[in-house]
Ligand binder design. Sequence first.
Ligand SMILES: [Fe+2]
Ligand SMILES: [Fe+2]
Length: 252
Amino acid sequence: MASDGELRIGAIGDLHCPRVSLDELQSLFTQVAECSDVVLLCGDITDYGKAEEARLLVAALPVLKGIPVVAVLGNHDYESGDAETITQILERQGIHVLDGTSTEIGGVEFVGVKGFAGGFGDRLLQSWGESALKQFVRESVEEALKLESALAKLRTAHRIVLLHYAPIIETVIGEAPEIIPFLGTSRLEDPINRYGTTAVFHGHAHHGTVEGCTQTGIPVYNVALPLLRRQRAQHPPFRAITLKLTKSAETA
Ligand SMILES: [Fe+2]
Ligand SMILES: [Fe+2]
């Protein structure tokens, strides 16, 4: 359980069940449970968005012994056109699946949205030209608006943002330059900065960089499992952060 004045967060993304087997999940969750008061799943929980893949994830949940789990879906969870069923399977087992919504745990608000692509900074894709391109940009804008609207309602001192797509370019560096605009968008960074978020966790960029920060210095952690396995091989394959309720500090 959380100690007075702190909350321990264990975060991981891109499990892509069944790329991670039940045995591997149970072993991973056992390690997470040892040092977490809340567990974050940053999307791509399933590989093809199939119900049986989501059931594999929930089969490993007893290992967490009731530690709250907060999740957002990723693009892979939408692949079979039935994200609603994936969400229901997860929620029935008590997972908080966020989509422009928030949940409070231990005095900290967790806000989540999948996010979308669109590029970064002055190379941000703009809504101009063909209707298909405008629709693409609209999706990106709407995800950012959902995040902004959820953040605007919060009054707690600490709020943690969960995303699947990246809000800054720094944590996607390492990926092939050709695909960087498809890995996230700085449209997601604007509300994060404006509402004074404590920390951000995302996945999706399997070949990116494990951490960076927004233009206002908010820490951003890329917790995609394949990336953590590669770049933080000396650590357990998840990110553990202890949130001091006055400030945040990384512990492992
Ligand atoms: Fe992924
Ligand atoms: Fe993804």
